[in-house]
Design a protein. Sequence first.
Length: 252
Amino acid sequence: MKTPHFFTLIIGTEILNRRRNDKHFDFVTQELLKRGHKLTGSFIIEDDPALIVQTIRFIASQPGAVLFSFGGIGSTPDDHTRKCAAIALRDGTLHRHEEAYRIISKRIRTLDIPNGRYPLQMAELPQGAKLLENPVNKMPAFYLDDRYFFMPGFPEMSHPMVEHILGTYFDDARPMHRLTLTALCRETELIEVMEQMPKGVEFSSLPKLYSDGYRTTISVASQDKDLVEKAFVQYQRYLDEQAIPYSLNDEG
């Protein structure tokens, strides 16, 4: 995969109705940035099987898609993700994963978990699934095709998994170089320069209105340090020519 495009799928009605706060989005974006990647899209959806299937299929249809899915892989009636992943990415059937079954069985015996037949349902996985180690309770998560990763909704379990995934499969990106300035002008005054940004440069424009006037923060970034510096100079040159005051920002 030449250029991975990362997506998060955060599944949980309890997040949408504010009974629980999401902690996945900030964590994943920060971990990606450390490695020179960025998030392409993020979805928070309720525990609805049809919606889960449709969202997984949409993400999988994107070029170079890599999915980090959080939630719904347990054994309670509202845990639909294992079956939905099988429908969206395989033939719709679940199969007993022998290694997962062995791990879960051992855990049930060790902890003397009541109604142990229910946790064993977590060993029913889509065809070809591989396992992700759970550092907390040892109940494994799973992934498909080295790009679709399905993890628990609990951050203490899933976030170490994300770190492992990125370090194992996606640790070859170059760091992103970013330069940022804030100009005392309207955003529209800089559109002409924005239109001249070269391919390979990611830029953003954030306008704000204060009591003393307009300000626009411009940020340019690229894995090519020389390219980002040349693009940044275009803004500086234009602002100097127009006598528009600006300041350099320490962070992008």
